[in-house]
Design a protein. Sequence first.
Length: 352
Amino acid sequence: MYKLIRSILFKVDPEVVHTWVMGRLKTAYNIPMLRRWMIKRYAVDEPSLSQTLWGITFPNPVGLAAGFDKNAEYIDPLACLGFGFIEVGTVTPRGQSGNPKPRMFRLPADGALINRMGFNNKGANSAAPRIRRRQEKVVVGGNIGKNKDTPNDRADHDYELCFEYLYKAVDYFVVNVSSPNTPGLRALQEKEPLTNLLMNLQRINNEKGGSKPILLKIAPDLTNEQLDDIIDIVRTTGLHGIVATNTTINRDGLHTPTGQIESIGAGGLSGLPLKQRSTEVVRYIHERSHGQIPIIAVGGIFTAEDAIEKLEAGASLVQVYTGFIYQGPSIAKEICDGLIRNGHFAKRTSKH
């Protein structure tokens, strides 16, 4: 059924579809009978999938990645679709419109998306009260970034402001320095500026009692030497974990015609073409850190088998984004049901 609906939705601009569909989902959530149906149809209630990381209990390991609910407007209805956690944002200190439209493109032949959204959002201070007002008991992470017009030598201040705005609202933080759609942002992944940025956030966190886990979201395009630097930075700064990975600027091996890809232009590629590289990064970090760094894996997860691949590579949790768009509202439940049938997650957690 969803494939039929998707074929219709895919004829309309992705941003228009997103706004329309999420508006309808929010309306359904506000009708008690439909809300109960959503929970009955999509909710996941299986104790074997639950685990605790950083003092936070995740009811299941399947989360929704940042970028889908940028302004924390749909947390409650999304929570009814079975997600174990939801990451909102990326938010910046000041609201900004992002890059010119069109800026989101579907590649159905590849099960992929290309986006150059550019951190469009209403601002961290706007998102915070909506997060605090959520009704459903769902773990929420806050993905934070810098404004486009903030120079890199002042980026620390932007991340600090976001951290302050969201501190009492979210359960954990993700520092995003890996989006390819904000000019110069990825330069912050270099060892010295990244260490300084994270040390500053950890200082503030410690002043507040150190109660909020801080994770780092990294690009899939880093070399092994750069990944080694990331591991060293995580250890040096006492960071709580890594989200691997963001979108890629690589265009190799796509089935979509080259001319169409060239006409789309710049942006980050997500979906199935990213699956292998994301798994490679997860495995590399897990092995090089001797399993000491918790990892949230994201990139090309469409099925339970895809999630198991990431978990076997060393991830503790997984996130979906493009898979949600292509597979539909039942993706979290389908992945969790697959994990239960396989018994993989229960066996894996029993070893730790």
